[in-house]
Design a protein around this ligand. Structure first.
Ligand code: FAD
Length: 399
């Protein structure tokens, strides 16, 4: 094990996504050594744009990587929701000084690789974190309150504990909970990236715009120092199975947005091709720990992306888990119980709230008019009050 760590054997972390890397870093900041096992040939992120809400940025600050994560990010001025049928503004949340004062940080949009890259760089710089690629975990055993892990190569590794940060199809979860696969939520997302030059000047805004239409919503925003625009178009299709070809033509996407007004249709007409993802999630569970083995991030609480909080919740998990490890002096079974006891209700609330946003983002007919009337007349302070439970970062120090 790396010298200077509080634990003799490393905490084995399965998965090197935002969840796994932030967990390794948080543990290292508390003096604990870990070994991150990533199945891919290199560490990286699939997908493009990422909303980084203040609760996520505050965790990145606590981990010492806020500046690096923000380097190419856009600190947005506002969040705007428009009615895609009428073109009216339904919601306009100011993310300026009052927002920052209230929630302790900005709201950023970034390229996924920039946030993941900031965590990776910090992990590489910390001797308490060991990183391995091409290390697919295929099984584990709990022996005397410690853990033995088996890799696909046949290699066996010993650790003081195991954290399954292996995403929505977590194999660690399969062993712990045996609760089947994540289920489709009945919607797909079409994603594309377009060069800035292709976006008309009058549609280039320093913030994301969400166009909420009947059974659809479109979001777009600048990334990577304004060099590109990230476009995400969600459609409630009722689909329960991934299609064979994940590439989709602009015509296929546009066919779902017929009821939208001119501006969203214009934006959707820009990319030549999209990529299609089936959106999946799970119902919250009340237990995701067994002795020295626990889950974190999407492995524990995968959610639909409507609140843009999955990665944020993985980051919060990491801070909480490391604080619990610190509090228990490295008694990982006790720490993991404390961690899940604290995290289950909050992460479940975010999972449930994310699913409920379907009512806001995809409302049709009279429901759409009700939605608009519910938001009408809200002040900035009203917005902040309603978002406080989510954007105020929980304090996980336990000391
Ligand atoms: C369309 C979409 C948009 C989203 N937008 C946002 C957003 O704006 N803001 C936000 O906060 N969240 C967003 N999310 C959610 C966010 O992407 C996830 O919640 C987050 O990436 C989860 O991180 P993770 O580390 O838990 O899992 P993952 O990112 O899935 O990482 C898991 C890692 O484990 C590895 N792995 C898997 N199995 C094994 C194994 N057996 N052995 C070794 N390694 C293994 C994988 O290769 C992978 O690297 C969005 C999600 C979607 C689908």
């Amino acid at each position: 094990m790396t010298s200077g760590s509080r634990n003799k054997r490393p905490v084995l972390i399965v998965g090197g996504g935002i969840g796994g890397l932030s967990c390794a870093l948080a543990l290292a900041r508390g003096g604990f050594g870990s070994l991150v096992l990533e199945q891919s040939r290199q560490f990286g992120e699939i997908g493009v744009g990422l909303h980084v809400a203040p609760n996520a940025l505050n965790v990145l600050r606590a981990l010492g990587v806020e500046a690096a994560a923000k380097r190419h990010a856009l600190l947005i001025e506002r969040i705007v929701l428009k009615d895609a049928v009428s073109g009216d503004t339904v919601l306009d949340i100011d993310c300026g000084n009052d927002f920052v004062a209230r929630f302790g940080n900005h709201y950023a949009v970034a390229h996924r690789a920039d946030v993941h890259g900031a965590l990776l760089e910090a992990c590489r710089a910390d001797a308490k974190v060991q990183l391995r690629t091409e290390a697919r975990v295929v099984g584990f055993d709990i022996v005397d309150n410690a853990v033995t892990v088996r890799l696909a190569s046949g290699e066996v590794l010993n650790g003081s504990a195991l954290v399954g940060a292996d995403g929505i199809d977590s194999s660690v979860r399969k062993v712990l909970l045996d609760d089947g696969d994540a289920v489709p939520c009945g919607a797909v997302i079409y994603r594309a990236v377009i060069p800035k030059a292709d976006m008309p000047k009058d549609l280039q805004h320093p913030y994301p715009i969400v166009w909420a239409g009947p059974g659809t919503h479109l979001i777009y925003y600048p990334i990577r120092d304004w060099s590109q625009f990230n476009v995400g178009a969600t459609v409630v299709t009722g689909e329960q199975r991934p299609q064979q070809d994940e590439h989709a033509s602009a015509a296929e996407v546009l066919s779902h947005f017929r009821l939208n007004c001119e501006t969203p249709l214009h934006v959707l007409g820009i990319p030549k091709q999209f990529r299609r993802w089936l959106i999946r999630h799970r119902e919250p569970v009340g237990d995701w720990t067994r002795g020295p083995v626990t889950l974190l991030g999407d492995a524990a609480h995968p959610m639909v992306q409507y609140a843009a909080q999955g990665a944020a919740q993985a980051l919060e998990d990491s801070l909480c888990l490391a604080a619990a490890a610190d509090h228990t002096g490295g008694d990982f079974p006790a720490a993991f119980q404390k961690y899940q006891q604290i995290r289950i209700v909050r992460s479940a609330r975010v999972q449930i709230s994310s699913s409920m946003l379907d009512l806001v983002l995809h409302a049709a007919g009279v429901r759409r008019l009700v939605r608009n009337s519910v938001f009408a007349g809200r002040t900035q302070n009203d917005h902040y009050e309603r978002l406080a439970w989510l954007y105020e970062t929980p304090k996980y120090s336990f000391s």
